[in-house]
Design a protein. Sequence first.
Length: 162
Amino acid sequence: MRLAVYPGSFDPVTNGHIDILEKTSKIFDKIIVAVVHNVSKKALFTLDERVALIRESSKHLVNIEVECFSGLLANYLSEKNACAIIRGLRTVADFEYEMHMAMINKKLMPGLDTIFVMSDSKYIFVSSSIIKEAALLGGDINGLVPEVVKKGLEEKRRQLNL
Ligand code: PNS
């Protein structure tokens, strides 16, 4: 059983993330999307909301599970008996941070590798942060996020009276 973990904040999940999942779900037997519970980072969506949005957006993929994790990613991977970490790479700007993360994770869990996947070029500029900013300011984010995420962002905009 080739089990990989796709970790991240997913605040919220974008079509770029889903594209990575569609590609990697063909390579691995099972993928756990692991949503980080990071108390020091203020998120727009709650942990439960983020999990629900990913579940809804990835329901067309049969080998995907969505969970939360806290603490060290390497410990979580070891607990799950995973063989790889999946991370998306957009541009060279992502590279340095991702390389450092891959190196510390390799040091903490030597048997494990990070697999980098490039998302489709149409999502190269798409990040959760840019999506949140555009959506909360009333910008058109059609085609960049799943429909359920678009609705969720519209609801947040209403709640925040923006
Ligand atoms: O979507 P993000 O915010 O870029 O994801 C970052 C994430 C969650 C993958 C990273 O912050 C992480 O792995 N956090 C858990 C703590 C950890 O293991 N850090 C790396 C070793 S110090």
